[in-house]
Write a protein that binds this ligand. Structure first.
Ligand code: GAL
Length: 657
């Protein structure tokens, strides 16, 4: 595989006379891909039907002539004013009932049939006009579904769509009433047209109602994406269809969208995310302010790799300060290079920087590019150049396939919705729970793969984790039963039916031959009221009272003697949310039993196995000697003494695996 670099470019922002020079500089820098077009609708169709594609065609010609491959974006994230004025009910409506207006981006409702048709129309027109251009090698559908919280809309279009969706699902109002438990609080309906959206209720809406609305809203994103992908495949054959996901975005099922993509990609803004989307305390944020969280990028690399059968990119890589977080520091020297290599270590095909030149106008004028607004190289430019040189020297060394990780974690978007709908305790957040497990594994030097809840087999994994899975997908219990590696389930897994009720056989509601344990009751805890667990550490936030069948084993107990971790054969169940003292011990024990070799790492150092190689990354501010982990001889890239922002990779055997 050729690992490649790219950049996001907006020809419509610059005079045409500048394009050729830009293209030549990109190619000289060692970039091979350019993404363009994704916000250009007002220039592509200034008035209904008045297509103006010539400029875009000339831009593609120019880039192609410089040897660059174009990723062409559909412009559907930014419907133009004339279109919004034609059908103002395409605008999304917030949970508070107010219309989200024109004037930025993503101002559309996924449920709006008329807007969907408009998107198909512009996609078809573009694909017909430019889809066979030899410079176009891939497409990006829309831009960052759900960015700015745009999956959920409480519009009349959403209500109508939701009612039909429910009718298809339940067939009769009685079946819906039964499934949702609508006898409670006299919520029964006698016709699907009576169904309201679950916003603006006096107190909380029925969780089953909200859950179905979340499923419906996710399905609308899938439908929207597929409509474009289908058109592109017909009219621009042989080109990859890509979408760029965002970080910590859970409102739609990325596995379901990914099923219609050739390549998943995501937009990686490590410093913005640390400030904006991290659960860590201020000390941690200060420590990694110029580096980013050492696990956040990797988490998404691993998650999104799983959403499209392994092929994935970073479509937008932060090159310098962004403009949208509470604080926007500059990356420490070397971090842009590190982030780029880290993506490749997790199997990325392409890393594309956002953006070529900083725009001196409009919303993102304070956002860095590879070039300053005056076209002089910015810091990120030189780091990209270094990565390009290193790739030219070393790419041939690296295996194509990432290979199987040490540990699989089941990741499930519906579980994120479930616990958002019914956290029961303020801190119960699915992403945060899974991220705690992920970080703990990475601190032990392990490489992780994510798998969806519908997985039928865990072959190849010596350890599988299933934290916080709200309900069992068909086939998953069998996959657990037939797995001969170790499995850790819980907390809160299997605690609901698919209809959002407590299962008749109490949670985790697995057959007794898999797990003879019942969660008799639960409690949630203030952050300052942990429950100690034998052997050190505690449960925080969430704690369960387990009843064990005969023949099962208590591995750890809580301070009051209630089983905390139990075991039956190779399956463990954990009855609480483990804190940072408890979880590492559990993971070390299970990894040891599973025969995985672990290496305890400092906060800022991380490893990633890739094929027959292993990479090391230093997010920390002090050097780290890889010889302490058993690495022998100088690495193929980097040094044994890993400097701050340092990268190294070597062969597995030279790293003592
Ligand atoms: C992304 C988006 C880009 C740009 C960038 C700024 O979320 O896709 O268009 O806005 O953020 O960091």
């Amino acid at each position: 595989m050729n690992r490649t670099l790219g950049v996001c470019y907006y020809p419509e922002h610059w005079p045409e006379s500048q394009w050729a020079e830009d293209a030549a500089r990109m190619a000289k820098l060692g970039l091979t891909h350019v993404r363009i077009g994704e916000f250009a609708w007002s220039r592509l169709e200034p008035r209904r039907g008045a297509y103006e594609f010539d400029w875009l065609s000339r831009a593609i010609d120019t880039l192609h002539a410089a040897g660059l491959k174009v990723v062409l974006g559909t412009p559907t994230a930014t419907p133009p004013k004339w279109l919004v004025d034609e059908m103002p009910d395409m605008l999304p409506v917030g949970a508070d009932g107010s219309v989200r207006k024109f004037g930025s981006r993503r101002h559309y409702d996924f449920s709006h049939e008329g807007y969907l048709e408009e998107c198909k129309r512009i996609t078809l027109a573009l694909a017909k006009a430019l889809g066979d251009h030899p410079g176009v090698t891939a497409w990006q559908t829309d831009n960052e579904y759900d960015c700015h919280d745009t999956t959920l809309s409480y519009s009349p279009a959403a209500r109508a769509g939701f009612q039909s969706w429910l009718q298809r699902k339940y067939q009769s109002p009685e079946a819906l009433n039964r499934a949702w438990g609508n006898v409670f609080w006299s919520m029964e309906i006698s016709d699907f047209s009576e169904i309201e959206l679950p916003n603006l209720t006096v107190t909380e809406a029925n969780p089953a109602h909200v859950m179905d609305f979340r499923r419906y809203a996710s399905d609308m994103v899938v439908r929207f994406n597929k409509a474009q992908a289908d058109i592109i495949r017909v009219h621009s054959p042989g080109r990859d269809v890509i979408h760029n996901f965002m970080g910590r975005t859970l409102a739609f099922d990325h596995f379901a969208v990914g099923a219609d993509l050739d390549i998943s990609s995501w937009d990686s803004y490590p410093l913005g995310f640390l400030e904006d989307r991290s659960d860590q305390n201020d000390d941690w944020k200060q420590k990694f302010a110029r580096a980013g969280d050492p696990d956040f990028q990797a988490f998404h690399h691993d998650l999104y790799r799983a959403t499209s059968k392994g092929r994935w990119w970073v479509m937008e890589q932060q090159p310098g300060p962004v403009n949208w977080a509470p604080h926007n520091p500059a990356p420490r020297d070397g971090m842009v290079r590190l982030w780029s290599w880290e993506a490749f270590a997790h199997g990325a095909e392409t890393v594309s920087y956002f953006r070529w030149r900083q725009a001196p106008f409009a919303q993102e004028q304070m956002h860095a590019g590879l070039l300053r607004p005056d076209s002089i190289e910015a810091e990120g430019f030189f780091e990209a150049a270094k990565v390009a040189e290193e790739l030219a020297d070393l790419d041939g060394e690296l295996d194509d396939a990432a290979g199987c990780g040490d540990v699989a974690i089941v990741f499930d978007y519906a579980s994120a919705w479930a616990w958002e709908i019914q956290p029961q305790g303020r801190e119960f957040d699915y992403f945060r729970l899974v991220f705690d497990f992920y970080r703990t594994l990475r601190r032990l030097g392990l490489s992780v793969d994510f798998v969806p809840a519908g997985t039928q087999s865990f072959d190849g994994y010596r350890l599988v984790l299933i934290p916080g899975l709200f309900t069992w997908a068909p086939g998953l219990p069998d996959a657990i039963r037939s797995h001969d590696g170790h499995v850790l389930i819980g907390p809160r897994s299997g605690s609901k039916t698919a209809d959002f009720a407590i299962p008749g056989k109490l949670p985790p509601a697995l057959p007794d031959d898999i797990l003879g344990v019942r969660v008799a009751r639960i409690e949630t805890l203030r952050a300052d009221t942990p429950v100690q667990v034998s052997g050190g550490g505690a449960f925080q936030f969430w704690r369960e009272f387990l009843e064990l069948d005969a023949g099962t084993e208590t591995v750890l107990s809580a301070e009051d003697g209630v089983p905390a971790l139990m075991k039956q054969g190779n399956v463990h169940y954990l009855g609480g949310w483990p804190d940072a003292d408890l979880l590492p011990g559990i993971m070390k024990k299970l990894s040891g039993e599973a025969g995985l070799s672990i290496r305890e790492l400092p906060d800022g150092v991380r490893l990633r196995r890739h094929g027959n190689h292993v990479f090391a990354f230093n997010y920390g501010a002090t050097s780290f000697n890889l010889a302490d982990l058993g690495w022998r001889g100088e690495p193929l890239l980097g040094r044994l003494v890993l400097e701050p922002s340092g990268i190294a990779f070597t062969r597995l055997v030279d790293a003592g695996y």
